[in-house]
Design a protein around this ligand. Structure first.
Ligand SMILES: [Zn+2]
Length: 356
């Protein structure tokens, strides 16, 4: 029998949640350095400094992460004496900056605490980081040995961020349940995968129920119960699934469609990851003939201004060859209950066009 460990993420959430920092972080030392994006650090700075006032924790500096999640930036941070001498790292920001600190701390062994300032993905609690090359092109996934020590989700700071992050975050989180249950369908699941797949079944309903109100509140920069539920869904539910299941179950056809679309310049320039993924969800549900679910998500997308047809993401029919070439190459559709052909994806896209 194999011996193995599972490290589950832990987190705190609330509109004044940074006040929990001293209690939770004290056991790990005294000196903390904040590493993050410039905007993110500016937004969180005051609340962070206030939270450690009069405690045993001292924030010794705020350090820019370098602009992208690259091995070069990881090395640059490791060489910074302020960072190297810190007892713990406070990683502040969105996906790329948090991933940079996660990769670095995996290599240095420093405890890392994560402070997401937007809710557009689940990077704050996953065990995976995305690495880019110096031209900002996807390079590879990196797998730290465990997730961050703790994650502090400040709903007030997240509500103050531009609302398109939540909007795209909803689109990305929509994919988790459908992709995970589809790609694991028919498999004999061991304990950890069974837990992960079952958690994924809790992704869609809360989004359909609270998504619209949460997006309205995000636009008005207002913390609400609905916004909190949606933030938890995007960061925690999707993140827990990703920590528990094998990589094969983590993404599927909706993401293949997204990667296909990234071959087009307009997608890279004008559209967000989760936005395009939410269109990919419609393609996937059509392909799998889950028409009832497809129609539910279709109306939801329409209602939220998420895409439902090619024109919404500025893709033209003549671009489809390029999109499908890339989509068919992706590993995301390798582990599926039946073979997904190029024709099946094309027909699903065309079926969606007819729904307009
Ligand atoms: Zn995604």
């Amino acid at each position: 029998m194999s011996n193995y460990s599972v490290f589950l993420p832990s987190y705190s959430i609330g509109d004044d949640v940074y006040k929990e920092i001293p209690k939770i972080c004290e056991a790990y030392g005294r000196k903390a350095v904040v590493v993050g994006g410039k905007t993110a650090m500016a937004k969180a700075r005051e609340a962070l400094l206030e939270s450690v006032k009069g405690s045993n924790i001292e924030i010794s500096d705020f350090v820019w992460f370098g602009g992208d999640s690259t091995y070069e930036n990881v090395e640059m941070l490791k060489k910074n004496p302020v960072v190297a001498n810190a007892d713990m790292i406070f990683a502040v920001g969105g996906g790329r900056s948090v991933d940079t600190s996660k990769t670095m701390c995996d290599q240095t062994g420093q405890p890392i605490f994560v402070f997401p300032t937007i809710a557009s993905n689940c990077a704050a609690i996953t065990e995976t980081t995305v690495i880019y090359d110096s031209n900002h092109v996807f390079k590879e996934l990196y797998f730290p040995k465990k997730p961050a020590t703790h994650c502090f989700i400040n709903t007030k700071i997240i509500a103050e961020a531009p609302s398109n992050f939540i909007w795209a975050g909803i689109g990305d989180a929509l994919s988790k349940e459908y992709e995970c249950t589809f790609s694991s369908r028919g498999d004999e699941l061991d304990h950890t995968n069974l837990l992960g797949v079952d958690i994924s079944r809790n992704c869609v309903e809360p989004l359909l129920k609270y998504g619209k109100k949460a997006y309205e509140d995000a636009k008005a920069h207002r913390v609400s119960e609905e916004l909190e539920q949606v933030i938890l869904n995007i960061i925690i539910t999707a993140g827990l699934v990703s920590v528990l299941v094998i990589n094969d179950y983590n993404s599927c056809l909706a993401h293949s469609v997204y990667y296909g679309c990234t071959t087009l310049e307009k997608i890279e320039k004008n559209h967000l990851h989760g936005e395009v993924v939410s269109y990919g969800v419609l393609v996937m549900l059509t392909c799998d003939k889950q028409f009832k679910e497809r129609d539910r998500v279709y109306s939801f997308n329409k209602n939220l201004g998420l895409p439902t047809c090619l024109a919404d993401i500025e893709v033209e029919e003549k671009d489809l060859d390029k999109v499908l070439d890339k989509a068919m190459e992706t590993g995301d559709i390798k582990h599926v209950p039946y073979k997904i052909t190029r024709e099946m994806i094309y027909n699903s896209i065309m079926d969606l066009e007819k729904l307009m």
